[in-house]
Every structure is written in C-alpha cells, then in structure tokens.
Ligand binder design. Structure first.
Ligand SMILES: [Zn+2]
Length: 445
C-alpha cells in the first residue's frame, strides 16, 4: 500500500504523550504494564487453572515475547464463567456494567472501575479528535444507549473533548433528520448500515441536504467496506471515519483512523495486539490476515489475557504513519471467524461479496445473502436492490446486470452464485447492526 502523503483533515492529537511515544519507550511501558496485567489476571480462578501458579507471576514476564506463553481467552470462556467470573476487583470497586447481546439469551457482562471509565473516555476522545472532532462541534450520537458500549462509551469520550452531545439514540429516521436540520450537528455517530438508512430517508423526504451542517461521521459496531464508505461519502457529502472496539475488551476506542486515513491506529499503550492463524493459533507476520487477539494492559474491572476477538484483519507493515503517532495500524475488519461462510468448501466472507457488489453502479448498497443446501450442494443467492433510475423492464438488460454481478462475485470468491435483483426499497433496513446473511443450512443441522 502506498502511504498517503497529505492529511485529509487537520492532524490533531488528543494525548501525544502516549500516542506519539518513541517506540522503545512504548514497548518498555507495555512490558511494565503487562506484568501488572498478569498479576491482576493471576488472581482469577480461570487463569490459575490454565497455568501453574509459579508461571503466572509478574516476575515470569521478562520480555514482550513472554506474552506468547500466556493462555488465550475466548467468548466461550466468558460464557462458562457467567456472570462475573472475570471480574478483577470486588463489587464495591465497580463503577459501571455494560454488556453485549449473546446468542444464548444472556448478555456477556463487562465491569469497569472508575479508572477504567476514565481511560475509556480518553481512548474514545483519541479517535474522535483524530477524525476531526473539535470542542466547538455538536455531535448527534445515534447509537443505542444502554448496555451496548457504543452509546455511553462515545458519550463520555465526546464529553472529554468538550463538544456538545445530542444523545438521540438509534431509531426513527425522520426524527434523526429533523434533529440534524434543527440543531445543525457537524458530526454523526452510528452504525454504517444505519447511515445508509438515513441516506435513503434523506433522499426520499423533503429535507434539503444543503440545509444540514453535517461534515463527519464516525462508524463502528459492525464490519463495513471501503466501497460502502465511498457510497455514503458521495451520497451524504460527508467524511466517514472508521474505528474499532468490542465490549469484552472495553468498547469503542481500541483503534481508530487518523487524518491520513491509512488504517486504524492501535492504542498500544493500553493494549497489546496480535494477529494469529485462527486454526493453529500461531502468530502471523504483519501484513497477513488472521484473527485479532488483544490483551488489555490497564483494565482493572475485567482483566483478560489474549482475548480472541473472532475479528479478521491484518496489521500494516508499511512503516510509521506521517501523522506522528508511533502506534501500528490495523486494517478494517475483513470478516469474523464466526460469520465466515464455507460454501462448497470455499471460505467466503460477506464483506468480499459486498466489495464486489458495490463496485457496480446500477446497484443500491442494500443486499442479503441467502445460503441453502437443497440437495447435497450448497447454493447461494444474493438478493440485491437496484437503484431506482437503473431499474428496467427489459429482460435482456436485467439479464446483463445479473451476469455482471455474478461475474464480479466469482472474481473475488471463485464461486458462481445466483443473483436476484429486487426493486428499490424492498429489503429490510437496519437501525443497529445489519443482518445480511440468512444461512438455512444451520437450521437443519
Ligand atoms: Zn496516523
């Protein structure tokens, strides 16, 4: 990848004393903090069981390479120790509980001390400022407030910076647009799929885009693609910034883009990042895609070692970023180990299909992937909306578009799949995370 040489916006840095540390100072700080993190974790029965006690002391960590000797932690481990088997302090010291929705019906509870909340706010402030947030701005925060870490996490980050917050939460697109018109926020925060929905509503309603003051949006909460960014930036006339985080580790603020927008800077003074092969769990060199594994270094309420995120990405290996931050940068999330589809033996990520679809002009960015196994063979159908102006009564024209799409998907995935073109505005829209895959095979298993 060729490094951008010009920043897209002003290059502002919230905590340069940490974000721009010399690499050797940063690694010395990581080592010191890793010892402390191991000490905290060693108080938990889960980690005591995983390793003999004599190996789980701060003294046994002599270099950052010793991290590899530590056990990994999975989502299933958190579930098995429900509700709070990983809590690192007594209940009296907890200042906040957040949670993630689980497929089993019970959330994963995550606990924060007062200090964890302060750190979290600063980490959110780091990526918000890096992406253009200023004290004088107003932010429309359209993430759900509640157990989901997006709402309150960002709220406190914006407060740190001193900007104004409209905590409007998610839902009700007309009301969201009315708010944008009446209160003139410069910044929008939501999931990328919700931004698409707002873009649709804006296109259909009678609000004039030029009357809005919106300049930037920060998207998180689900994987999205570079083509999706282009669509939203062109459709809404704003700049969209990517950031990454997950509740088990903290929430948003784990990494985010800077003014050069060439990957997301890891907050390496507070986390250690690894990319591993999801099957063998062996570490992969920078540049290779694999599962992201994170060790939080300063978390008190919920100290985890080597947490397997199930998110697939890679670390850039093109040297330091011109913004002045010394931390390494991660790619956008390319998929999840658990939403990877295995179709006729081939690994396919929904994001690959999305990348292919969004390159074709006649399509709207709304699609649904349906997988079934009618007989012995897997069958995939992609349902995708046409843009209204491209919809045609001509069978031949529609046939050509279908052929173009299936060719584009075959090029990325190597698979031939069925394409079903549908009328504009017929597929479901999402206010939170999008559900774009229906896998009927799982229902039979
Ligand atoms: Zn940078």
């Amino acid at each position: 990848m060729i490094m951008n040489t010009l920043p897209i916006i002003e290059n502002n840095i919230w905590q340069p004393e940490f974000e721009c540390m010399r690499r050797d100072d940063l690694e010395a700080l990581q080592l010191q903090r890793l010892k402390k993190a191991v000490q905290r974790a060693s108080a938990l029965p889960f980690y005591q069981e995983k390793l003999p006690a004599e190996k789980l002391t701060a003294d046994s960590i002599r270099s950052l390479d010793d991290l590899r000797r530590l056990p990994m932690t999975t989502k299933a481990d958190l579930r098995d120790n429900y509700p709070l088997g990983f809590m690192g302090v007594t209940r009296n010291e907890i200042a906040r509980y957040q949670g993630t929705s689980g497929t089993t019906g019970k959330p994963t509870w995550v606990a924060y001390t007062q200090q964890d909340v302060v750190n979290w706010s600063n980490l959110c402030a780091r990526f918000l400022v890096a992406g253009g947030l200023k004290r004088e701005h107003t932010v429309q925060l359209s993430f759900g407030f509640g157990l989901f870490t997006g709402g309150f996490g960002l709220h406190f980050g914006i407060e740190q910076v001193g900007a104004a917050i409209i905590p409007i939460s998610s839902g009700n697109s007309e009301r969201q647009l009315m708010c944008m018109l009446d209160l003139q926020p410069e910044i929008l925060i939501c999931t990328p799929s919700y931004a698409l929905k707002l873009m649709d509503t804006l296109g259909q309603g009678d609000i004039d885009r030029s009357k809005l003051n919106l300049k930037h949006a920060f998207f998180g909460g689900e994987p999205w693609t570079e083509n999706m960014r282009t669509r939203i930036e062109e459709g809404m006339g704003i700049r969209c910034w990517n950031n990454y985080g997950l509740a088990e580790i903290q929430g948003p603020g784990v990494s985010g883009e800077c003014a050069y927008r060439n990957g997301m800077h890891f907050q390496e003074d507070q986390f250690i990042f690894e990319v591993v092969d999801p099957q063998t769990l062996e570490p992969l060199p920078d540049g290779e895609r694999g599962e992201i594994v994170i060790t939080p270094l300063v978390r008190e309420g919920f100290p985890l070692l080597r947490y397997r995120t199930r998110d697939i990405g890679f670390i850039y290996n093109d040297g330091e970023c011109p913004c002045g931050r010394t931390s390494r940068r991660m790619s956008r999330i390319l998929g999840r180990t658990d939403d990877m589809l295995i179709i006729r033996g081939v690994n396919v990520f929904p994001s690959q299909i999305e990348t292919a679809l969004l390159k074709i002009d006649s399509l709207a960015p709304h699609y649904m992937i349906e997988v079934s196994r009618p007989e012995a063979m897997d069958e995939v159908t992609v349902h995708i909306e046409m843009r209204p102006e491209m919809f045609s009564d001509s069978m031949i024209e529609m046939q050509n578009i279908r052929r173009e799409i299936s060719g584009a998907i075959a090029q990325v995935t190597g698979l031939h799949i069925k394409v079903n073109l549908v009328s504009p505005n017929t597929l479901e829209r999402f206010e939170g995370k999008a559900r774009r895959v229906i896998d009927h095979r799982k229902l039979v298993d």
